[in-house]
Design a protein around this ligand. Structure first.
Ligand code: 2M8
Length: 449
């Protein structure tokens, strides 16, 4: 591959490493220098995978720091606030707003938010082990983290699967990681903010010039804050939230990441001589339910399910294609998912070609190439798709995704997300620059043979 901004692969890799070095705090890596000043859950897992290619110590410190925020019930929070960066003034909602003291399970130091994020830690551990130069050191780390990740998964199956389907539910769009995906609109629109008593708050994410174009809008934020306020009032009690919150959704992407993590934990357990029966049981039921309940034959992808209304949420989100990562579809289903991925929705019409892979289909009225999770290309999603495609031997498309991701990063910088329009030549990098997981997964892609 020829690069536009770098002489060679070595220089490209050095630039990515410099982003991570700059965001490193001594204990963990901030997702970005200003916009995200704390430790984020799934960011840290992707960042640790990147580090594992050249600095195993940092990879281990990153995950170790994250799990310092794990609650006594096993929940691993979306954000871990650190004293040296805990200035709530820089980010909303900060630690004070969450009031997690109301939960009997929350840790008090470090302070945390009160919801979780996609369970990517089981597979992060396995990818770290595979890349580690010092396998003995990595083995010790697996021993340390394995029970903690198991506790997280137990929390999810016990407190987020009240219908006993092997499918866990999320309670906030922030838990999906794809915050304002059009996928959530249908449920969020049932929250009529005009009628609600929403606590006063001030957004801190609109400082940069183009932030209003790219970040979620104010109504989205009102709804996010309304939900957090409800959780505070319910003392973060999972059963009460399940009963009373309007947002209780089984997300195929979240569940696929959990299944893939279970798979990786099985490999780790075998290495450590631990029992695998619980993990096997979880995955048997989960894969059965994903296919029985969430598979959509017509659209060639998996849908989410609204548990409040007990109905399918058909959607054109890229999240419905992630289950390939966890070997959930059989070969025929995967072939039809590949067709979806290579159809007009994701590669665009002839006169408006798109980079793989927009986070939402171009065919959807809600598609927006500039707005956050409503269309732009995200590096972590491409990394997940890449590995999913390889499971079914779709090597050409996997390579295409990898090459297009690297060329976006090379030409536009280590941005948070990118305009998928190929016809758009300038300023395609959106959100914050110097974004850690873009750099970390760039290093990982570059390290692949
Ligand atoms: C974004 O989410 C945070 C809230 O968690 C925000 O917008 O303030 C999402 O892209 C999420 O997936 C990511 O983990 C986080 C930090 O990079 O930013």
């Amino acid at each position: 591959m020829n690069y536009t901004n770098y002489k060679n692969q070595r220089e490209f890799r050095l630039a990515a490493k410099a982003v991570l070095a700059n965001n490193w705090t001594g204990q963990f890596t901030k997702p970005a220098p200003h916009l995200y000043p704390h430790q984020w859950n799934w960011d840290s897992a992707f960042i640790a995978i990147g580090y594992a290619n050249y600095d195993l110590n940092k990879a281990m410190m990153e995950l170790d720091a994250l799990f310092k925020g794990q609650w006594s019930n096993g929940m691993v929070p979306q954000i871990v606030f650190r004293s040296e960066t805990a200035d709530s003034g820089q980010y909303f909602p900060g630690a004070d707003f969450w009031q997690t003291k109301r939960s009997t399970h929350a840790v008090q130091e470090p302070r945390t938010s009160g919801i979780t994020m996609p369970p990517v830690h089981g597979f992060a551990l396995w990818h770290i082990y595979e890349r580690a130069a010092d396998k003995d050191m990595a083995f010790d780390f697996l021993q340390l983290l394995f029970p903690k990740v198991m506790a997280l998964h137990r929390y999810l199956y016990e407190h987020r699967d009240f219908t006993d389907e092997g499918l866990v539910h999320i309670i906030h769009p922030w838990e999906s990681g794809m915050d304002n995906s059009p996928l959530w609109d249908q449920v969020l629109n049932t929250i009529d903010t005009a009628d609600l008593d929403i606590p006063a708050y001030e957004r801190k994410d609109l400082q940069s010039k183009k932030a209003k174009l790219h970040r979620p809008n104010d109504t989205d934020y009102d709804r996010y804050v309304y939900l957090v306020d409800l959780f505070r009032k319910l003392n973060y009690n999972d059963s009460a939230i399940y009963e009373q919150s309007p947002f209780v959704v089984q997300d195929p992407c979240f569940n696929a990441l959990l299944i893939y993590s279970n798979d990786c934990l099985i490999k780790i357990a075998e290495l450590l001589g631990e029992d695998v029966s619980e993990l096997i049981g979880w995955n048997e039921l989960a894969i059965y339910s994903m296919n029985e309940k969430l598979w959509n034959e017509e659209s060639g992808r998996y849908d989410a399910w609204d548990l409040k209304k007990d109905q399918r949420m058909p959607s054109l989100s890229v999240g419905g294609l992630i289950p390939m990562l966890a070997n959930v579809p059989d070969q025929d289903q995967a072939e039809s998912m590949l067709k979806t991925l290579l159809g007009e929705g994701f590669i665009g019409p002839d006169d408006q070609p798109l980079h793989l892979c927009p986070t939402y289909s171009f065919m959807g009225a809600e598609f927006n190439p500039e707005k956050y999770w409503r269309g732009p290309v995200w590096v972590n999603i491409n990394w997940l798709l890449y590995h999913g495609l390889l499971n079914y031997d779709f090597k050409e498309t996997a390579e295409q995704i990898k090459t297009e991701t690297l060329s976006l990063l090379d030409q536009h910088g280590f941005y948070e997300y990118f305009d998928p329009n190929k016809n758009e030549t300038k300023d395609k990098g959106y959100g914050t620059d110097q974004f850690s997981w873009s750099a970390a997964l760039c290093i990982d892609f570059l390290s692949m043979k």
